[in-house]
Design a protein around this ligand. Structure first.
Ligand code: HEM
Length: 136
């Protein structure tokens, strides 16, 4: 499986879970886990989907094992962080170190992504606009 394909699949699963969480908060009128909902949607849906778009436009990177590792590490970190943030906001203070470790996991995944962005570009998919020639 490519990194983009895994990103898109996991992102859709995360947003379904995030939306269900939002509906649960709205229905119960208890917004105490709102930060967990926000993190799940923004890390799990928005960021992961953006990673997928980036990878899909770079086929060589998309097919690499390292990009797949980045998506998996990010996703595992997102799940742990969401659970830990929810638990903290429900009063389970013992989850503080879990949240701290999870935050370092997602940071590590973002640093790996930054490495992909800053290293010299290889295999970027050409878009139709790249083939346009000036009128004169
Ligand atoms: C069925 C879909 C959704 C429902 C029912 C829902 C519901 C909610 C509720 C009830 C809150 C708490 C508001 C408050 O206490 O002030 C909230 C907050 C939030 N939601 Fe959602 N949500 C949904 C989808 C999403 C999605 C897709 C995203 C992101 C892409 C998102 C991002 C956020 C953020 C960032 C906050 C925090 C806002 C703040 O700090 O005031 N939500 N949502």
């Amino acid at each position: 499986m490519t990194a983009s394909s895994l990103s898109f699949k996991l992102a859709v699963l995360f947003v379904i879970a995030g939306m269900a969480m939002g509906i649960g908060m709205a229905a119960s009128q208890d917004h105490s886990i709102m930060p967990a909902h926000a993190h799940l949607n923004l890390l799990g849906w928005v960021s992961l989907f953006l990673f997928g778009i980036y990878y899909e436009r770079r086929p060589a990177l998309d097919a690499s094992r390292l990009a797949l590792v980045q998506v998996i590490v990010w996703s595992v970190g997102t799940v742990i962080l969401t659970i830990a943030v929810a638990a903290l906001h429900l009063g389970y203070t013992a989850f503080d170190p879990v949240a701290a470790i999870a935050s370092l996991i997602v940071l590590a995944a973002m640093v790996l992504f930054a490495y992909f962005v800053f290293r010299p570009a290889r295999g970027i998919a050409s878009s139709p606009t790249a083939r346009l020639t000036p009128a004169e």
